[in-house]
Design a protein around this ligand. Sequence first.
Ligand code: GDP
Ligand code: MG
Length: 322
Amino acid sequence: MTVELVARMLAGNRVALSKLMTAVESRAPERPAILAAVYPRTGRAHVIGITGPPGAGKSTLTDQVIDRFRRAGRKVGVVAVDPSSPFSGGAVLGDRVRMMRHAADDGVFIRSLSTRGSHGGLSRATKEIAHLLDAFGMDVVLIETVGVGQTELDVMEVAHTTVVVLVPESGDTIQTMKAGITEIADVFVVNKSDREGAERIRRELEAMVELGPRGAGAWRIPTLATVAAEGKGVDELVERIDAHRAWRDARPKDPDAAWAAAAHDIRDLIVERFGACLRGQVDAGLLDRYRDALLAGTTDPYTVALEVLASEDLVARILLCK
Ligand SMILES: Nc1nc2c(ncn2[C@@H]2O[C@H](COP(=O)(O)OP(=O)(O)O)[C@@H](O)[C@H]2O)c(=O)[nH]1
Ligand SMILES: [Mg+2]
């Protein structure tokens, strides 16, 4: 089933892609097998993060960027992440509406993710869905996420190039983030530059960039002005995004970082699988014989846990976990 679905996806079937995304997002048991099967086909796409406060125009900008990439003949996958609305899903819907004109385009695939569907593992789900889009053959994967909190930082770890979108009213955000914001951004965009104060914010950002690394090979973070609603400044944005990729590709690869990232993924997968199995084993009657003593007050949960951990019975059940 999984093998056939992956084969269909790799052959360009969008329904298969969509089903695989759902399996991965919901942590179906086939998830590691799916990811292993697509792995050899990943590593080609340029993954671009677009983040910033709600209402900054990220979706409008994403829509414009999709348009530019499509004109250049590049295929585009989009993951719209919304960590902020676990129940409503409202913003995600708005994002989709803003990118609707690409819905009929075979070279575009848009997936929305909310906290609800991904069992708290939003950054993991985002990363894995980006891998699927990469394997599907997308040249570019855009990840739109809201805000600059920890979840977004985790999400952005997946991105090769991160665009931080601000607006003329973002002065406070910049002040609270201070240097932290230049650590995540590869490109700054002041969107809604049709509004007053845009140039002032742009200069503030530029001053902050000046304080950053300036060595010969260092990337200099550009600060761009856009009016996403009118498509202004988007060509330059796409040009800087491409330039960042070229800069990145020209740098020597860091094997330690690559191994650390892989080891992190491997450990997570092992712990997750093992934890789920162990939970099942413990629930399957391992605790029954402590019930009466616990209710009678002659023991307590902590003592029971220590006894179970030291028991041969637990070891026997652990051996059943694969
Ligand atoms: N004035 C102005 N409004 C814009 C611009 N870009 C987007 N908007 C509007 O800002 C609102 C929020 O845009 P959206 O893309 O949903 O923001 P997101 O929450 O960051 O994804 C929408 O009503 C857009 O039409 C712009 O450059 N100038
Ligand atoms: Mg949006």
